[in-house]
Design a protein around this ligand. Sequence first.
Ligand SMILES: Cc1cc2nc3c(=O)[nH]c(=O)nc-3n(C[C@H](O)[C@H](O)[C@H](O)COP(=O)(O)OP(=O)(O)OC[C@H]3O[C@@H](n4cnc5c(N)ncnc54)[C@H](O)[C@@H]3O)c2cc1C
Length: 355
Amino acid sequence: MENKPTHFDFLIIGQGIAGSTLALTLIKAGHSVCVIDKPSLSTCSSVAAGIWNPVVFKRLVKSWKADEVLPYLVQFYEHFESQFKCSLITKRQILKPFSETQESELWLKKSKVENHYLQQTISSQYQLSSTQILNSYAIVLEAGNLNVTEFLNQTKLYLLAKFSYIEDLFSHDDVTHTSLQVSYKHISANHLIFCEGHLVSKNSFFDWIPTKPAKGEVITIACDDLNLDLNILNKGIFILPLGNSIYKVGATYEWKNLTDHPTPEGLIELEEKLRMLITSPFTVINHEAGIRPSVIDRRPVIGKHHTFKNIHVFNGFGTKAVMLAPYYANQFVNQFQQKENLDDEVNVTRFYKSI
Ligand SMILES: Cc1cc2nc3c(=O)[nH]c(=O)nc-3n(C[C@H](O)[C@H](O)[C@H](O)COP(=O)(O)OP(=O)(O)OC[C@H]3O[C@@H](n4cnc5c(N)ncnc54)[C@H](O)[C@@H]3O)c2cc1C
């Protein structure tokens, strides 16, 4: 019988997209890791659609860091697809329908000068359903989605098999630490990393980070008549095909009433927007909500505690954890091997002055 380890290089709190990605990256780099998570505390990763989109639709510019993070994210998830022997990502195009000529003209202009993720043609005659044709639309290239549920489940199974996962509520009051070691109950580690999503606001080590959490709601619908097998449709909301005529539709943004519970208002908003986009009848089969861990300057927040240098935060992925977390997990790990420094834009040091 194998002895369960009690000392690790890294102790990670939280197994959402951030904690999972970081744990896998650390293990891949040869470090020992233990993850403590109580999944029911935050539903954010489990409700996420998992889409990556290299374009900001409002201005048709590239999404922040798209050129750097895109190749990295594909490589990262494909590596774990082959390690876990399962499918995690689907590369897709995003269809963007236009209602006005100015929109398509702006698209063409941007696609030619500054944004190669925008296909340089405007198309017509996309048969969206038996009765609906998109007369003017264009395509975002190099988008896709992660099957987040599968990613979280596979990561958990992998960690469990290594005796590296504990399902428990982590209590910050029970941490003791020296400059060399952090201890928590029967576990010790060289470093402690918090990946608690929006619950970082309740973390006594990092509650000074200026967060701006945003609640989001999504629905899952059944719609036999839609013809969107591979593509994502996006106009105000996204419609992501999950297979077998099932689609995920979202999302809302709300900065008040921050709970993980879906609301009647959220449902009405999504149904109304959906009816403006598609004419096919649909049935809502699920309705979920989560709280996105956003920071006031809308960048991730990563790095060391201002006093305790072996206590870290890896958080603030807002609406873009699928795209950004693999790249920044790699950067986080590289700093321990003196290969790379954290980008100033994401480094938690930018908030030290507010403590
Ligand atoms: C409706 C919606 C749709 C979205 N769609 C997308 C999308 O398409 N693409 C995309 O990239 N992003 C999307 N996002 C954003 C994405 O979900 C987040 O960026 C991401 O989930 C954040 O992951 P995280 O690991 O930082 O936090 P979380 O998912 O919140 O994970 C934190 C984990 O830590 C645990 N935890 C916290 N405190 C403790 C404690 N004290 N003890 C034990 N465990 C603890 C929590 O229970 C949870 O398991 C969406 C978000 C929402 C709400």
